[in-house]
Design a protein around this ligand. Structure first.
Ligand SMILES: [Zn+2]
Ligand SMILES: [Zn+2]
Length: 153
């Protein structure tokens, strides 16, 4: 599953993916930003900032909390990750190539989450907000329940 780069070093598929995503979005990743994005891609579920920091330290990165928070903010601002408010956690964006409104299906049982980014949902909410005289700047819709895996058990 691992790729080998031209220097013969083993590169994880998440590193490759992180670099691809950054290139597609036209943003440059420092080592810390790339590491944070890689961890989130690998986890494929919501992860809290503290857990990200812990994992980086276990892997030997000399990461400090402010560094991790700055990296997360950068990734958030550029739409490479989403923040799930109710879990106080972050997830790598799996959709599209631009910043977008997002809906999350969040499992109460396993804590997993799935991203949907359906423009029909966001434009309907946009319209409803507008007719209520509200200017909607961003939407993060969190739907709680049970995922397919947990429901089948
Ligand atoms: Zn997304
Ligand atoms: Zn579940």
């Amino acid at each position: 599953m691992n790729n080998v780069n031209h220097e013969g070093a083993v590169v994880s598929p998440y590193t490759v993916k992180a670099i691809e995503i950054a290139a597609r979005r036209g943003v440059s990743l420092t080592d810390t930003r790339r590491l944070v994005l890689e961890l989130l891609l690998e986890a494929a579920r919501p992860v809290g900032a503290y857990r990200i920091l812990e994992t980086m330290q276990v892997q030997g990165a000399r990461a400090m909390p402010p560094t991790v928070y700055r990296a997360l903010n950068f990734l958030l601002e550029n739409g490479l990750v989403h923040r799930i408010e109710s879990l106080n956690a972050f997830m790598a964006c799996t959709q599209g190539s631009d910043r977008h409104d997002v809906q999350f299906l969040i499992c109460d049982t396993c804590g997993g989450a799935e991203e949907i980014a359906d423009s029909r949902v966001s434009s309907l909410l946009q319209k409803l907000a507008k007719s209520a005289g509200f200017r909607a700047d961003r939407q993060i819709v969190e739907v709680k329940g049970q995922c397919g895996d947990c429901g089948a058990r």
